[in-house]
Design a protein around this ligand. Structure first.
Ligand SMILES: [Zn+2]
Length: 544
């Protein structure tokens, strides 16, 4: 069979990412396959709002409705909940295979899922512990830039790189592999040119979206039947070689973008385009938008903070825990540092400002980000070299216990202490940010700063929309008039904008035969599809 791609989510919006790549099963003795195909699953995310999957899944119905028997491995691109949130349900459905992800994501994944389990699965600590133990035993970290193949027994083998011996890698608790497997692969890899003949090869590359985020390259053996029948969506000259006078390629490369970062995302190196992609599955969140550049964003952040400093108010930033929160802390440290260099007066002025991270989960992730500093980008490394602490500066206070949170809300609402508060949830639909809003919305001393997308029907959207016109918002059934200043800064999105997405695609030396656009609202997908068709007339752009 020709490889086929099934999208189980992220086709009706930006949540529930879950894609299945099906390919011919190997018929080797001992192969238990009865479906005739094997598959790889890329991400297994939660749905939000009205979005739904092809197996009937939605925000309030998360059970897995597709066949999991053929799945040989689950590959996680990054740990955002809309990419990993259904993982407990996949395990509950009986999925026994490995979970492949980058080393940084392997560290962060249990943190995310522990929180997700508490919110949406169970409050029973023993059950949570059991699920997490199973999860830990299945996670196999894959180094970036290194090809791997599945060993058919729940493990993975790293393929030889120039001068490197091949090494066997397996899950933490269940090491299936021994030296003989690794030797066999080395022999296979060297004797056969560079790669073994059958079974998918998997490589992760940096996606620059959040720490540990990856895009996934998958090489599949080119089936003999493919160039003969070419019935499928794979009948493009680049794949079959019929129109370009090239011999048919031996392997076909399918690339799943996951979420791609913007080029100037703090802390993370920009993603580099793949060296090859015959089929590209591409996210399109901001396919119809361009971000403000980083310099503009920082200036606007500075202006809002100056307001807080002038009148002793609070800048309240509703933010999700992973990614944006750490980007903001990093930019705040940069602002503190630059004012330190503007002389003692500016320094003293800014020293009065407190930065409050009021979210235990965000604090945990920030600790994780700090621990993983070896994967930060060059600019962040420079700050470290200078002896600076980009995510742990002296003005930063974290609030853990609920009593301390209550106290902090009270103190900031009634004192003249200038502060920046970062608290979840990002759309003000719950979480500690709601208590700050209730205490502060009514006072023009305070500023509410939105840095992320506010979905329709959320309090965040209402505040953003009606706040600047002196409107009100309903929180927990009560009306709150808005007198605080309301600001929105675009670009702290951790997603590439339209320009970034197009550069990612046009940077591939040979244009993909097919691009499938996922993970975007309808308008974003349609706009991006039009732009891509203009630039790459020979590429089939599909919106599944
Ligand atoms: Zn994401």
């Amino acid at each position: 069979m020709n490889p086929k791609i099934h999208h189980h989510g992220a086709t009706t919006g930006v949540t529930g990412s879950c894609h299945e790549l099906r390919y011919a099963a190997d018929n080797s003795p001992g192969s238990q396959n009865v479906t005739g195909y094997h598959s790889l699953l890329i991400d297994c995310g939660l749905f939000q709002g009205d979005e739904a999957g092809d197996d009937g899944a939605r925000a309030d119905q998360l059970q897995i409705g597709f066949d999991i028997d053929p799945i040989q491995a689950l590959i996680i691109t990054h740990v955002h909940i809309d990419h990993v949130g259904r993982l407990p349900h996949l395990l509950a459905a009986g999925y026994q295979g490995p979970i492949l992800t980058s080393p940084a994501s392997a560290e962060l994944l249990p943190l995310v899922l522990e929180d997700a389990l508490k919110v949406g699965f169970t409050r029973d600590p023993r059950l949570i512990e059991r699920v997490l133990a199973v999860l830990q035993s299945r996670i196999i970290p894959l180094s970036f830039g290194q090809w791997h193949r599945l060993d058919g027994q729940g493990g993975v083998v790293a393929l030889e790189r120039a001068g490197d011996p091949a090494s066997a890698i397996s899950g933490n608790a269940d090491p299936h592999l021994d030296a003989s497997n690794a030797d066999a692969t080395t022999a296979e890899a060297t004797a056969g040119g560079e790669q073994p003949a059958s079974g998918p090869l998997i490589r992760l590359q940096r996606a620059g979206h959040i720490l540990g985020s990856a895009y996934v390259e998958i090489d599949l053996a080119h089936q003999a039947a493919m160039s003969a029948s070419a019935q499928d969506h794979t009948n493009h000259p680049a794949l079959t070689g019929t129109a370009s006078n090239e011999p048919p390629r031996k392997r076909q490369r399918i690339v799943f973008s996951g979420d791609l970062g913007a080029p100037d995302t703090p802390l993370l190196p920009a993603p580099r385009p793949p060296e090859r992609a015959d089929i590209l599955i591409l996210e399109s969140t901001y396919g119809d938008r361009l971000h403000e550049d980083r310099g503009t964003r920082v200036e606007r952040l500075r202006a809002v903070i100056e307001h807080a400093l002038a009148d002793g108010g609070t800048v309240l930033i509703p933010a999700f825990s992973i990614g944006r929160t750490q980007e903001l802390l990093y930019e705040l440290e940069g602002l503190f540092h630059s004012h330190g260099e503007d002389g003692p007066q500016a320094r003293a002025h800014w020293q009065r400002l407190q930065v409050v991270l009021d979210s235990p989960l965000a604090a945990d992730f920030t600790t994780g980000y700090r621990r993983l500093r070896q994967v930060w980008d060059d600019e962040a490394q420079d700050r470290l070299q200078q002896g600076r602490h980009p995510l742990a500066f002296e003005q930063l206070v974290t609030v853990d216990h609920h009593a301390d949170h209550r106290h902090m809300v009270n103190y900031l609402a009634h004192s003249r202490q200038p502060a920046v508060v970062i608290a979840a949830s990002g759309m003000c639909a719950g979480g500690r940010v709601v208590n700050y809003l209730k205490a502060m919305l009514n006072d023009p001393r305070h500023d509410i700063l939105f840095v992320g997308y506010q979905a329709k029907g959320t309090p965040g959207r209402d505040i953003q929309r009606y706040g600047p016109r002196g409107g009100y918002v309903m929180l927990d059934g009560e009306r709150y008039d808005i007198r605080a200043q309301i600001h929105t800064i675009g670009g702290y999105s951790a997603h590439a904008d339209q320009r970034g997405l197009i550069e990612f695609v046009t940077g591939i030396p040979v244009a993909p035969a097919e691009i499938r656009l996922v993970h975007g609202d309808e308008g974003a997908k349609v706009t991006l599809a039009g732009k891509l068709r203009e630039r790459l007339p020979r590429t089939e752009v599909v919106v599944p």
